[in-house]
Ligand binder design. Structure first.
Ligand SMILES: *Cc1c(COP(=O)(O)O)cnc(C)c1O
Length: 446
């Protein structure tokens, strides 16, 4: 099956619904008929906004011109620089400014938050994650259990989908909490699962977890900038996210943290401290004992890397200007379009979309399980033969994320056209012939 007929349709949709691609730098293709790659890997590393370079150079220039005086005299003074990121980050995740700060990297922040919010005691000792949690999260929670002298194999509970299913049912999470919630110290799930693209019902699960007496935290690495969030209103205890995926702030970019207002200023909450944990007004009195503010800034430790803050600031300004509601609208149109094309291409090929079909249960990413060959090999061919950049999770999942800020309908068309050309039409392989459990048994560590 070719998709030549649909290409003109994709162009028409792009003309009517252009998005903000002009604000981004799209990598060139290696040759062939398209000048740029079809970039579907924004769930892994977002593209560079055009504005980033100049803003970064301006910060660098302030250092050249002012040396140490830049702390107070730079156009964007370094001492309070992080405050420039707070309000837009708060708007992005539906938080109050006092609840949000940009600092460190994601897994570091998860650890700092667990210092405060994972406090096993009595029979309430367990940490609940999803079985298909991102490996870093799994390692982090296991090491936290060890840190408290617990056996991670029993302290960490991994929620699995039902046999033969790929994604977790909300009801199964709620049922687990109803039955075993009294043993749960911390529930820490991904808001959007990195592998399947499933969007969890964050408000319902948060409410159930808290009603069961557990602390509820969310890893929003694949949710921030992808789906609308209302962390404050949803009563989430804490959350953390990175900024290099949908937030387009560059490899290893500084990450975000949310702590709900009700925990701010709580005196008996353990926290690790440094000089950025103390209130700014008296920071330079150099007293031996800190005076942490009643904001999430009490979780900061070190003075932040200014040159890493510029790209996050630039990106957050862009999200602020466009707004998550408009982005989500375009995201639903774009991902719905890719889904329709994938329906055609997968119908007679050994390919299955494992992301939920309900748009309310997913962000922009669609994950495809391949029934033959390796995901890595397929992804290489898509790249080198068609200029389509997707992301492989071995052994058998390829992820495609049409990002509403910069992806196009034509990019989606190229995905379908490339898959049609690369994967031979076949009798479908029997469901289960590829050992579907392999996904949940440790194959995904990269
Ligand atoms: C991308 C991702 C990470 C990466 O962690 P870093 O600390 O940024 O290296 C962690 N958890 C999840 C769920 C992710 O998707």
């Amino acid at each position: 099956m070719g998709f030549g007929g649909a290409e003109a349709g994709a162009r028409t949709l792009d003309a009517a619904d252009p998005g903000h691609r002009h604000l981004f730098l799209v990598p060139p293709a290696e040759g062939g008929r398209h000048p740029e790659v079809a970039y579907l890997a924004g769930n892994s590393l977002g593209l560079q906004p055009r504005a980033t370079r100049e803003e970064l150079l301006a910060d660098l220039d302030a250092w050249r011109r002012l040396g140490v005086e830049g702390h107070l005299e730079a156009e964007r003074p370094w001492l309070p620089y992080h405050e420039l990121l707070t309000a837009p980050a708060a708007r992005l995740v539906g938080a109050r400014p006092a609840e949000t700060v940009v600092m460190n990297s994601l897994t570091v922040n998860l650890h700092l938050l667990m210092v405060s919010f994972y406090r096993p005691s009595g029979e309430r000792t367990r940490i609940v994650i999803e079985d298909s949690a991102f490996p870093s999260d799994s390692y982090a929670v296991r090491s936290q259990a060890c840190f408290h002298g617990l056996d991670p194999d029993t302290a960490v509970v991994r929620l699995k989908p039902r046999p033969g299913e790929d994604t977790l049912r909300t009801q199964d999470v709620l049922d687990f909490l109803a039955a075993e919630g009294h043993t749960v110290a911390l529930l820490l799930l991904g808001g959007v699962n990195y592998l399947t693209g499933e969007l969890m019902d964050i408000p319902a699960i948060t409410a159930a977890g808290r009603a069961a007496g557990a602390v509820v935290g969310w890893d929003l690495a694949h949710a921030a900038g992808n789906v609308p969030l209302s962390l404050h209103d949803w009563d989430v205890d804490f959350a953390a996210w990175c900024s290099y995926k949908y937030l387009n702030s560059g490899p290893g970019a500084l990450a975000g943290v949310f702590v709900h207002e009700r925990h701010l200023g709580e005196e008996d909450l353990p926290r690790f401290e440094g000089w950025w944990s103390t209130e700014a007004a008296t920071r330079f009195e150099m007293t031996p004992v800190s005076r942490p503010p009643a904001t999430v800034e009490a979780w900061q430790i070190s003075n932040p890397p200014i040159f890493a803050m510029g790209p996050v600031r630039t990106s957050l300004e862009l999200f602020d200007a466009v707004g998550m509601p408009a982005l989500r609208e375009r995201s639903l149109r774009l991902t719905g379009y890719l889904e329709r094309l994938l329906d055609e291409v997968t119908a007679d090929r050994p390919l299955t979309v494992i992301t939920p079909r309900d748009p309310e249960r997913r962000g922009c990413q669609l994950s495809v399980r391949i029934g033959a060959g390796s995901a890595g090999e397929l992804t290489k061919r898509l790249r080198h033969e068609h200029g389509v950049i997707a992301d492989a999770r071995e052994p058998d999942v390829v992820r495609f994320a049409p990002v509403p800020l910069y992806s196009t309908y034509h990019d989606c068309w190229r995905v379908a056209d490339a898959l049609a050309a690369t994967v031979p039409v076949s009798a479908r392989s029997e469901p289960g012939s590829r050992a579907p459990q392999s996904r949940t048994e440790g194959g995904h560590t990269s």
